[in-house]
Design a protein around this ligand. Sequence first.
Ligand code: ADP
Length: 237
Amino acid sequence: MSITAKNIWKRFDGKAVLRGVTVEAPTGALVALLGPSGSGKTTLLRIIAGLEVADSGAVQFHDDDITRHSARDRNMGFVFQHYALFRHMTVFENVAFGLRVRRWPEQKVRDRVHELLNLVKLPEMAARYPAQMSGGQRQRIALARALAPEPKVILLDEPFGALDAQVREELRHWLRRFHDQFHVTSIFVTHDQEEAFEVADRVIVMHDGKVEQAGTPAEVFEHPVNEFVMKFLGRVN
Ligand code: ADP
């Protein structure tokens, strides 16, 4: 299912942080929102998630206008860099959380949680608390939790930002695998161009509340449309 944000404007304290942004994530695509810090990526993702309200513009899920739907009604999975897991809950309870909110029967909850923990290859971690795991393991659990309620869309905000290079690399592959296996449409925020270019099907380059360029990694890398994109990619003519 495709996700579109159309002509989104958003101000904080009188300052426009999104200035008429339009982005599209086609059905089944893994899309990177790439840009320097402060360009409006997180705000845009939060508006798509329903966690923040735009001043104007629309969010569409396939043919449905979901601009006024609550985050819960949008049924999207989230993975954030920090506070990805509830610290006072075990791994099992964390992954079960979204299923219980949706009132899945308890036996189905147990089956689904164990299925997901097996999938992220951490079945023995069910009774642990987040503090007893590594950062990489925590983000694998966070992915499992996001995927558990069978969402059609996954939104990730700098999901691997706090981790070291090798773990980041490993998690990129997990993300790609799950994205494909679950047939979801995914949008992830990153300021790391290597991450965006390696893992995404489409890259959207943002700067100062606007989209500078959108295209496949090859299109953006080989044909930067302007000075900003060229510089941001570290390309010099
Ligand atoms: P990015 O994710 O690209 O780093 P953000 O969307 O986080 O960008 O932020 C864009 C701008 O909006 C920044 O200048 C930031 O300080 C500002 N901003 C974000 N959220 C808020 C908020 N809740 N209140 C005031 N300003 C905000």
